[in-house]
Design a protein. Structure first.
Lengths: 114, 113
């Protein structure tokens, strides 16, 4: 069965420090991979997505993610975190089965300290 | 260009009641998906509608049903509400064949007491 694992429930980083959020997925083929961000009380905003090609993808707000097939991972990174990055981050897997379906991980809450 | 809109923003219902949530997709989109996000968890796929038919369904009981109208807007209905149905309900729209380009609405917060 398809699944997404985000091993870190929450992470705290200092403002200006680098960030890496982990994501592992289980799927028989190369899926569509996504990272979304959700601020309190808000909907989901797409940060970036991967379908094929270059395994390092750039997204909005200075985020990037790297797809590693051998590790079934799609980790999110940012070189320098800003206080406004504090939010919940979700990794997701999408695939076509007669209609597109998306499975989300449980999320990682990012706290940013001054 | 209006994005995905949902109504109401919040509502409170009692166990056993029925509720209807509404979603208007982003202009030009023809496919609507619904997700349930319980507190502290990731969104879970409920179902997807295209051409007024349910195309995909997640692992949700029949108490959860939906509808899509000719203008592509959609409703999510939940019957016989349980306390466990309390959650943020998210609607996402896309174009058929481009389901990877989903746009999410702000959600409806449902509280069941």
């Amino acid at each position: 069965a398809q699944s997404v694992t985000q091993p870190d429930i929450h992470i705290t980083v200092s403002e200006g420090a680098s960030l890496e959020l982990r994501c592992n997925y289980s799927y028989g083929a190369t899926p569509y991979l996504f990272w979304y961000v959700q601020s309190p009380g808000q909907g989901l905003q797409l940060l970036l997505k991967y379908f094929s090609g270059d395994t390092l993808v750039q997204g909005i707000k200075g985020f990037e993610a790297e797809f590693k097939r051998s590790q079934s991972s799609f980790n999110l990174r940012k070189p320098s975190v800003h206080w406004s990055d504090a939010a919940e981050y979700f990794c997701a897997v999408g695939f076509n089965t007669g209609g597109f379906k998306t499975i989300f991980g449980a999320g990682t809450r990012l706290f940013v300290k001054a | 260009d209006a994005g995905v809109t949902q109504s109401p923003t919040h509502l409170i219902k009692t166990r056993g009641q029925q509720v209807t949530l509404r979603c208007s997709p982003k202009s030009g989109h023809d496919t609507v998906s619904w997700y349930q996000q319980a507190l502290g968890q990731g969104p879970q796929f409920i179902f997807q509608y295209y051409e007024e038919e349910e195309r995909q369904r997640g692992n949700f009981p029949d108490r959860f049903s939906g509808h899509q109208f000719p203008n592509y807007s959609s409703e999510l209905n939940v019957n016989a509400l349980l306390l466990g149905d309390s959650a943020l309900y998210l609607c996402a729209s896309s174009l058929i064949g481009q389901g990877y380009e989903q746009y999410f609405g702000p959600g409806t917060r449902l509280t069941v007491t």
